[in-house]
Ligand binder design. Structure first.
Ligand code: CA
Length: 233
């Protein structure tokens, strides 16, 4: 069976909250709620919600603060702010803190449901692009399946190799030092020379897989004195 989309409502006004719960359940969502700011934050940080509906004015902690705290931990969490005042300042502050959208009260239920669906759709597209690494026309890596294609040839990766590729890919704007890879991918706190060789051995294996010509790397390049860098092409 298809898993239901889970929505958390953080709203202290009971009438609005009850109305929202009813409408969203009617539209097939699974709904939880909180009426108190800190409780809303705790639930939101459980990471089990597909989308958050966050009121701005809340007891204990306001919606902007909650949004801010969530963003520190999960930049991708879809969030829609519910703002009572439709003043531009509120809206701009909400969006600059990283809400995906806002809805001004009083809102029409139909409008809100459309906004929810739009934000969820964008989030899904975003999640899909994060499960693939595409480099040039030649190389396509499927992170979840530990697989890939190089010029039509199927590739298989170990989990460690995929973690290396993912880490380099998410830091593609700079070369990553070997010590940093050992720290972030292998989880070593302190590194010794013998261990930095481990990185080099993995890189050599990766090059044999993903490089059209492993002796002259095009995607996985060494930046002398700085580390390894994954090049878009
Ligand atoms: Ca409120």
């Amino acid at each position: 069976m298809h898993k239901k989309t889970r929505i958390l409502i953080v709203e202290d006004e009971e009438a609005i909250r009850t109305g929202l719960v009813d409408v969203l359940v009617f539209h097939g969502f699974e709904v939880e709620w909180a009426g108190y700011g800190p409780e809303g934050l705790t639930k939101a940080l459980s990471g089990t919600f597909d989308l958050l509906l966050l009121d701005v004015m809340l007891p204990g902690m306001d919606g902007f603060e909650i949004c801010n705290r969530i963003r520190e931990q999960d930049p991708a969490q879809p969030i829609i702010m519910l703002t009572a005042k439709s003043s531009d300042e509120d809206i701009i502050q909400g969006l600059s803190l990283g809400a995906d959208d806002y809805v001004s009260k009083p809102f029409s239920v139909a409008q809100l449901v459309l906004r929810i669906q739009a934000v969820l759709r964008r989030a899904r597209v975003g999640a899909e692009t994060h499960t693939r690494i595409q480099l040039g026309d030649a190389l396509d890596i499927d992170i979840l399946n530990l697989a890939g294609q190089l010029n039509g040839k199927t590739l298989h990766f170990t989990r460690r190799e995929m973690e290396i590729l993912q880490y380099l890919h998410s830091n593609a704007e700079r070369p990553v030092p070997r010590e940093e890879l050992l720290n972030k991918v292998w989880g070593y706190a302190k590194t010794m020379d013998i261990e930095t060789r481990t990185v080099d051995i993995h890189m050599a294996k990766l090059r044999r897989k993903i490089e059209p010509d492993p002796s002259s790397p095009r995607f996985l390049v060494t930046v002398r004195g700085a580390g390894y860098r994954l090049m878009p092409d």
